[in-house]
Each structure stands twice: as structure tokens, then as C-alpha cells.
Design a binder for this molecule. Structure first.
Ligand SMILES: Cc1ncc(COP(=O)(O)O)c(C=O)c1O
Length: 366
């Protein structure tokens, strides 16, 4: 059997990381600003990168804080806003690490069903009508992790109305926004309601995850408060990494990198869709318009935990649906197509289909 094929990790394969471009950016960054790159720096991040991000978002630099990956940005935001017992709205399913981070803080996590056009805002209204007073609603608007779905324009507007009416903050967690390969881009919620939305994004999905650079855009007062948390956590984030990203961004290399990643994702998503239709016709999925992930529902009663083991025996990895919800998800799985080539996708889905046949109920196995 050929090597392991992993649909598990939301990371790019090495062939779509611009290693030479990063090496050149590092060289140039050390030449341009040796003091800034090697000093402690400040808790708000490497100042020139902060300015570049602020300009891209059309906001004042005081509204931006650059961190070691967006997970760190999430953690700072939760430290600032969420205390044990606070109600927090999340999508169902949602990114497993934010789910865990919220649960570890003792948040009262309320999952609201995710639909192919984003969170079910009518269901959210019903939750709000019960008197729940959430502090925060965590929303992954574009090519959601794990589902690959995108929040529609009208639902973005409705969420903002609800945030205003019920006085909660929307946490717009948006690391995949640049990776749209079909359809039309939609305005960010933070651009529509800067007073009610805190935005996070990352260079992990467009440059590489190892660089560990992410950021927050939010109201100035909140950013200043989070800068204090950042100072006491780590004095400052990694200036070397942020200096490299700054050079990579300002030279235009980032735009070429985004094009490379986006094109690869387009091909891979399409190949995955074809392979599932061909080899695993029981799979139900919505073709994503960008990003790294596809959510797959199998017929109710399918034991995806058993399928996980059967797939592992065939050298294929994925993440079980149960990891992304508080309950349920037993017959679903997440497939990441970012780290696998087209031939691996075809071979991987064939093996998944064998694993499915092994565990499927007799009616399906026939
Ligand atoms: C929705 C979401 N938020 C945050 C992150 C964390 O990204 P980073 O590598 O910037 O910490 C991920 C990574 O998979 C993600 O999918």
C-alpha cells in the first residue's frame, strides 16, 4: 500500500508553500531592519506589519494587534471578554480548538445549527428569545472550518442587527477569506459594524502555518486592553516571524502565494467532489467556494468512529464529525483537501470507500 494519505490536517502541502520566497523575505528583512527584527519589539506586534494590515483593512493601526498565530489572538480575546458562566454562541459544527478553548474557560457554550449559507439566524433568534444573553458569537464566515460553508450577505446583516439588539460582540474568525476560488466575495462584518465586531485572521493558510502570525482588528479600547494581556503573557510576539511576513507582504510575494494556494485548492476541491461522487455515492456534501475543508454526511446510523479505524488500517486519516460538536455528529466527517495532491485524493477516497463498505450496515455493504 502507498504511504498514508491525510485528509485530517488543515494545513497546506509543502509544494504550495513559497519556501524560496520566504527565504528571500527573511534575508531582506534582516538587512532592512536588523534592530527591529532582533529586539523584543512591542506587544502589539511588529509595527510595519501592523501598519500593512491596518491599511489592507482601511482602519487605524490602533485597531490592530498582531499575534503568534490567530489561536493566540482568540485566546487573548476570550481572556478579555469571557468569564466562566458567560453564554457564548458558536456554530454547530465548529472549529474544535475554539470550542475547547471556550469550554476550558467555563463558558456556557450554545451551539446553533450551521446551514450551507451560514448559521441559522432564525434558530439563533429562538435562543435569544429564551433570555440567553450571550457575550460573544463566534462565527467563521468564509469556507467554515469544518464545514466549508460560507455565510450569506443577508445573514451577515441579520447577525449584526441581532448583535445590536441583544448587545453581544460578534467574533468574526476569518483565516480563509483570501482563499475563494469561485463565487463572489462578501463584505466582512467588521467593515459593516466596527463597534460590534472583533475580527481575526491569519497568515497560516495563505503563507504557511509554521510562521505563526495572526492578528485581531477591533475597537481601539479593546485592542489596548488586549495589548496589556499580551505584554504580561509574552512581552511581545515573535518579531523575526512578523518581520519576514512584513517583507513577504510588502514585496507582493504574498499575492503570488495566495494565487498558488487558491489554484491548488480549486483543483483539489474539485477532485475531491468527483472522487466522492464516483467512489462513495452515499456521501452528501456541499461543494465549497474556497478554503480547505469539506464536510461529509453519510447515511444516518453509519459508524464513522469505526470507519475511522478501518480507514487508518488502510493508511487514510480524517477527523470525525463528533470532534466539532458537543453531541451528535456520529455519521459525519471532515475532509481537508489542502494537504493532499489530486492523485492522493483519488486514491484516498477509494480507500475511504473500502473503509465505509466494511462498516456500513448490510443494506449499504451489499
Ligand atoms: C477557524 C480557525 N480559526 C483559527 C485557526 C488557527 O489558526 P492559526 O494557525 O493562525 O493559529 C484555524 C486553523 O485551523 C481555524 O480554522
Amino acid at each position: 500500500m502507498a504511504g498514508t494519505i491525510s485528509f485530517a490536517r488543515g494545513a497546506p502541502s509543502l509544494d504550495i508553500v513559497d519556501v524560496d520566497g520566504l527565504r528571500a523575505a527573511a534575508e531582506q528583512a534582516f538587512t532592512n531592519d536588523p534592530g527591529g527584527m532582533t529586539g523584543y519589539g512591542t506587544s502589539i506586534g511588529y509595527v510595519p506589519l501592523r501598519a500593512w494590515i491596518a491599511e489592507r483593512h482601511g482602519v487605524a493601526p490602533e485597531r490592530v494587534l498582531v499575534t503568534n498565530g490567530s489561536m493566540q489572538a482568540d485566546a487573548f480575546l476570550f481572556d478579555a471578554l469571557v468569564v466562566a458562566g458567560d453564554a457564548v454562541i458558536v456554530e454547530r459544527p465548529t472549529y474544535d480548538r475554539t470550542l475547547l478553548a471556550l469550554r476550558n474557560r467555563g463558558a456556557d457554550v450554545r451551539m446553533v445549527e450551521l446551514e450551507p449559507d451560514g448559521i441559522d439566524t432564525a434558530a439563533l433568534e429562538r435562543v435569544l428569545a429564551t433570555g440567553a444573553q450571550p457575550k460573544l458569537a463566534h462565527i467563521i464566515p468564509n469556507f467554515q472550518n469544518p464545514a466549508g460553508y460560507t455565510l450569506s450577505g443577508p445573514k451577515r446583516e441579520r447577525l449584526i442587527e441581532l448583535a445590536r439588539a441583544h448587545d453581544f460582540t460578534i467574533f468574526e474568525d476569518d483565516p480563509y477569506v483570501a482563499l475563494r476560488f469561485s463565487g463572489e466575495s462578501l463584505p466582512t462584518m467588521v467593515s459593516r459594524a466596527p463597534d460590534k465586531v472583533v475580527y481575526a485572521s491569519s497568515f497560516s493558510k495563505t503563507v504557511c502555518p509554521g510562521i505563526r502570525v495572526g492578528y485581531l482588528v477591533g475597537p481601539e479600547v479593546l485592542i489596548a486592553q488586549i495589548a496589556k494581556i499580551a505584554t504580561s503573557t509574552y512581552i511581545s510576539p515573535n518579531m523575526v516571524a512578523q518581520g519576514i511576513v512584513n517583507q513577504f507582504a510588502r514585496s507582493g510575494a504574498i499575492d503570488r502565494s495566495i494565487d498558488t494556494v487558491r489554484e491548488a485548492l480549486r483543483e483539489r476541491a474539485q477532485a475531491l467532489g468527483y472522487a466522492l461522487t464516483e467512489y462513495l455515492p452515499d456521501a452528501r456534501f456541499v461543494a465549497p467556494e474556497g478554503g480547505y475543508f469539506m464536510w461529509v454526511d453519510l447515511p444516518e446510523g453509519t459508524d464513522v468512529a469505526a470507519m475511522f479505524t478501518a480507514a487508518a488500517a488502510r493508511g487514510v486519516a480524517f477527523v470525525k464529525g463528533t470532534d466539532f460538536v458537543l453531541e451528535g455528529g456520529e455519521s459525519s466527517l471532515r475532509l481537508a483537501y489542502s494537504g493532499v495532491t489530486v492523485p492522493q485524493i483519488e486514491e484516498g477516497v477509494k480507500r475511504l470507500a473500502e473503509a465505509y463498505a466494511e462498516v456500513a450496515a448490510p443494506a449499504h455493504a451489499a
